[in-house]
Design a protein around this ligand. Structure first.
Ligand SMILES: Cc1cc2nc3c(=O)[nH]c(=O)nc-3n(C[C@H](O)[C@H](O)[C@H](O)COP(=O)(O)OP(=O)(O)OC[C@H]3O[C@@H](n4cnc5c(N)ncnc54)[C@H](O)[C@@H]3O)c2cc1C
Length: 452
């Protein structure tokens, strides 16, 4: 931790018994601080802004939404809507802020991002049990009750400290995003609209001849990649590999992967092309399309040059170019307990994106649970975990399921829930998951209140 005046350090001064430390004042850290304070526990909340900003953060306020202003679907028949309802019932500060700063967004819950962050900041500044310290933390002390909630862009020094606690092999640093093109810049005399085998979602398809593929492949292999920082050795999700990493595995790897032509017939030739690049509609208006599977770390100029070799994209204008996200997260199964503390370091809790969930709401949800449990630990009370059939429990299950082979950060979805008993028609499943979850949540809340 930086040695700024009055900043304290994780090693100094020692905590009083009912005090916890939270590192990171983003969505998870803010919610955790609120939950702990509501339980009468003192919180020292460390936030490095405005002294230091990650590459995505811009505002000095706590609880900043770095990209979209949407907290996604509102209905409880949708898994993320259900998660929000569970959080509301557990007294979530994030959901109170969202209700107070909501903007019109159809079936989604979207907020005015400035007002949202201002609401959260003010709520914590006015909370006497919370002390906000604007310092970057660089060291961890696993002997003090601490919640690490520094997010996908955790500062380098602290990521290094975490790697020393967990073992380097359990800490991941990246995910990857694909470029987006403007529909009007496509050559529709070459591109055709179709779904594979005529079933499912429609794509725009860019057909390659063998010669066109060979030229594209050569250019891709020769293109310059954006440099990585020295300490960061990339560990990509197997399902989300950069295009050039996949291509380097062999000349035809792409033809069996993201450029596979099977099930697609070019109406121009009446035949299956040698390879096909697929474009998926990105916005409701149909003005933007993303290049499916084209996540990449090529330099921007190189991306434009190489991707314009795709038939139909010769004059493509790019709304967004591909990049590799820093996404610091832990391979949590086998490391984290269902209470969100480390099995081997029970005083150290994780919350937010770094715990292995994906998304604003999911990050906040893990903050909520970590806040409850860190507070309970500080008060020498037993730790708790929500029932498996709740959205909160489903996420915890994802983080602790040691049977997962290739662990990846995950948005909440009904696939993570235990199956419903019997056969429920598809249309009624969302409501059935929600009814079961909210009943179990109510029982759990009652038990917590009765059990002390
Ligand atoms: C570029 C980008 C765009 C994203 N867009 C979306 C989106 O549109 N929708 C969505 O649902 N999710 C999105 N996510 C994923 C994720 O939901 C968000 O990153 C979310 O903010 C994660 O919440 P968090 O609390 O874990 O981390 P954050 O909200 O990032 O909070 C972490 C906080 O910790 C602070 N911090 C970091 N290191 C230190 C340190 N050493 N000492 C003290 N403070 C520190 C940071 O300044 C920050 O305030 C995006 C992620 C990224 C990287």
């Amino acid at each position: 931790m930086g040695g700024g005046q009055g900043a304290g350090s994780l090693a100094l001064p020692p905590q009083t018994s009912s005090q916890i430390i939270i590192i990171g004042g983003g969505l998870a850290g803010v919610e955790a601080a609120w939950q702990a304070a509501r339980r009468g526990v003192k919180v020292r909340l460390y936030e490095m802004k405005p002294r230091r900003f990650s590459p995505a953060h811009q505002s000095p306020l706590l609880g900043e939404l770095v990209c979209s202003n949407s907290l996604r679907a509102d209905s409880v028949e949708n898994a993320v809507g259900l998660l929000k309802e569970e959080m509301r019932r557990l007294g979530s500060l994030l959901l109170a802020a969202a209700a107070a700063t909501r903007v019109a967004a159809g079936k989604a819950l979207a907020v005015d991002r400035e007002a949202f962050a201002a609401y959260l900041t003010e709520a914590l500044e006015n909370e006497p049990l919370v002390e906000i310290i604007r310092e970057e933390v660089t060291e961890l002390n696993a002997d003090q009750t601490t919640i690490l909630a520094t997010g996908p862009l955790t500062s380098d020094a602290l990521a290094g400290a975490l790697a020393r606690v967990t073992g380097q092999e359990h800490l991941h640093f990246y995910d990857a995003i694909a470029p987006i093109v403007y529909a009007e810049s496509l050559d529709m005399s070459k591109v055709f609209r179709a779904s594979r085998y005529g079933a499912g979602e429609d794509y725009l398809n860019c057909p390659f001849t063998e010669e066109e593929y060979a030229a594209f492949y050569q250019a891709l292999m020769a293109a310059e990649q954006a440099p990585l920082r020295s300490f960061e050795e990339p560990r990509y999700f197997e399902g989300c590999l950069p295009l050039e990493v996949m291509a380097a595995r062999g000349y035809l790897t792409l033809v069996y992967g993201p450029l596979k032509p099977v099930g697609l017939v070019d109406p121009g030739t009446g035949r299956q092309p040698f390879a096909v690049a697929q474009l998926r509609q990105e916005n409701r208006e149909g003005t933007l399309y993303n290049l499916v599977g084209f996540q990449t770390k090529l330099k921007y100029g190189e991306q434009e040059r190489v991707f314009r070799l795709i038939p139909g994209l010769e004059h493509a204008e790019f709304a967004r170019l591909g990049s590799i996200h820093r996404n610091t997260f832990i391979r949590s199964p086998g490391l984290l307990s269902p209470h969100l503390n480390f099995l081997e370091h029970p005083h150290l809790f994780l919350a937010g994106q770094i715990s292995g969930v994906e998304g604003y709401v999911e990050s906040g949800a893990m903050g909520l649970l970590a806040g409850i449990n860190a507070a309970r630990q500080a008060q020498a009370r037993p730790l708790v975990t929500p029932p498996r059939a709740t959205a909160l429990g489903a996420l915890i299950h994802h983080l602790t399921n040691t049977e997962t082979k290739d662990f990846q950060p995950m948005n909440v979805n009904f696939g993570l829930f235990p199956p419903l008993p019997g056969r429920t028609p598809k249309k009624l499943r969302g409501a059935a998951y929600a009814t079961r979850a909210l009943e179990e949540l109510e029982d759990w809340q009652r038990q917590m209140e009765e059990g002390g």
